[in-house]
Design a protein around this ligand. Sequence first.
Ligand code: HDE
Length: 712
Amino acid sequence: MAQVVEKVVNAAIGDAKTRQMESFTLEDNSSTPLTSYFGVPIAETDIALRAGARGPTVIEDFHNREKISFFDHERIPERVVHARGAGAFGEFKLHTPLTGLTTAKILTETSKTTPAYVRFSTVGGSRGSADTVRDPRGFAVRMYTDEGNWDIVGNNVPVFFIQDAIKFVDLIHAVKPEPHREIPQAQTAHDNAWDFMALHPQSTHMQSWVLSDRTIPRSYRMMQGFGVHTFRLINAEGKSTFVKYHWTPHLGTHSLVWDEALKLAGQDPDFHRRDLWDAIEAGAYPKWELGVQLIPEEDEHKFDFDLLDATKLIPEELVPVQNIGTLTLNRNPVDYFTEVEEVAFCTQHIVAGMDFSSDPLLAGRNFSYFDTQISRLGINFKDIPVNRPVCPFHTTQQDGQGQMQSKRNRARYHPNRFDALPITSPANGGFKSYPEVVSGIKERMHGPKFNEFVSQAQLFYNSMSAPEKAHIVAAGQFELSKCEEHEVQQNAISRFNLISHDFALAVAEAFPQVKVPDAVPNHGRKSEFLSQVTGKNQTFTAAGRKIGIYVLPGFDYAVGAAVKAAFEAASVMAKVVGPGTGPVVGSNGSSLTAEFTFENSRSTHFDAVVFIGGPDDSYVKGLKNGRLIHVIREAYMHLKAVGGTGNAVPWITDICLPGDFSAGAKTSSEVVLENGAVLAPSAGLGAEFAASFLEGVKQHRVWDREVSHIAA
Ligand code: HDE
């Protein structure tokens, strides 16, 4: 911890937010003698004051009372949704200005580097739940701009379950653990969730995303983010342009497979939090492009969906995404509670040059976030360092529980005799709402295009590759198999039938008692931008991946070292796995240092696994260990690149995966590539092996290995 503080202090040189937060960060004072919270040195902290060695504990022991009382009040209410999360600091740099479209400096001035903060989260689980559950992920970004805080409180899925905020309470009550026994934790695989979703047509499109691999991301670093709603940009003339925000990860958008996600929930519940932390500590800073879809005001009604409907996306074929800036996360928090638990995002935090659209979901959020922060953190949540703006600020608000600002202003009202007029004015860069023309009858109604729920659900499903469709079907079967009521399964599959008849039939294979309705028309359209396997905007790179290099004592050091060096040169996190942590001595007496052990890790911790061979048969004997054989089999089943060198090759082909390779694979004098496995039986091929292996890792998964039972 002392090290981290030091890093932050050093980082303080250039970043206004870091400097500001540093002034609220205590130096590591662990060598200062213990005191009470108010500075009184404490002589004894292990035994409470007692009337006689075996007598009652006395109340006058203020140290005992202070200690226990603080502990009693350590907890604050966790977020009612998105309780589980991880955060990091960084910066945003604009490279393509939106000149003429907005007056917001952050979107027009390329010379600025704006401090930024992101909190990623799951939605349904409690604060201590597992990271890898099936759930959309929150992707909440804050920019500490020179003109005030700007929060884009988005998700990793571009659409939402409902169109109107008034339904949020129903949605969340349905997807949270069932209230009578508080089961299941952090999952929608239960009757209430699918009961609601099956009966609520607005959720049809989101259901196809929820069942897809999007809701089991490989890493926060490999997720897209979306503002979801349509917002407005406002230029100097007061003209408005509609905008949708997209975050596109430099490492590509990639997911786990379901079996892996389930296992990781137990093996490492902090999998995503740890991955983000480790990458930032290693200097492998995650980056995203901020993209915008811009829609001129006059085009508002040209789509067959309503721009105000958050259950619809704008297909990129209709409005391309233009990347305008780069977000980099480069600093881990110093203290989780004050910097992650107490961060208070609010959708209404926008800056001048922007405004909201009349999306009814967004309108409800603009009320809800401020309200929820009052309940979680108190009205003065603005004073918590992570929430403070870095620009000058001046309000007439005062007092309230936990107020921390001692204001010198004597008059906290306007107008007052001290005002240097005018203190409020658009000319001072003041926020001005867009003067939208509105007319209509006050009634509980949505626009007519809000009543179409199926078209984009079909578009999404139609656009998936064969393995992605297979995963959606399997997810549907998994979720509904955990529902106990036939009616729920029947209703859900009837809804799936609206998305695709083939999809409904495939899910129903696991539910013989369910009757799949007749096929309904499917428009057959696809988008080229939605698949994670074939999508046009997808990035494939080995950079940022974690590869396990397995070695036993006596391994071929030259090969092991060459492979590790080649991986590291490709910005891969190469992790040596050995029988114990610390040095594993190779055949020539040199050693590699193992960070992981056969016992403390599983194949699921890595994107790919490599076994380095050793000098003789006794080495292979060491490999004949159920745990190690399982590593290869499990990674292979999870569609990962697996590899071996030297005499680890026949062990892979004959013992771990018998029958999967050609006869010559284990004797070839060259590097062999079969079924996504990379094998180098001959000595001295470390560099060639590593190059082929990295190609495999780059593909993310070996999709051909997937058994797909439905056509693309
Ligand atoms: Fe949220 N949401 N939400 N939400 N949401 C919260 O605010 C709410 C919605 C999202 O990392 C809460 O500070 C309503 C859509 C994220 O701290 C709460 C509605 C999207 C986060 C709340 C929605 C989101 C939250 C709980 C329906 C994606 C975590 C704690 C109108 C675009 C922020 C908190 C963080 C958190 C309300 C719908 C994303 C209760 C009423 C749509 C990423 O205010």
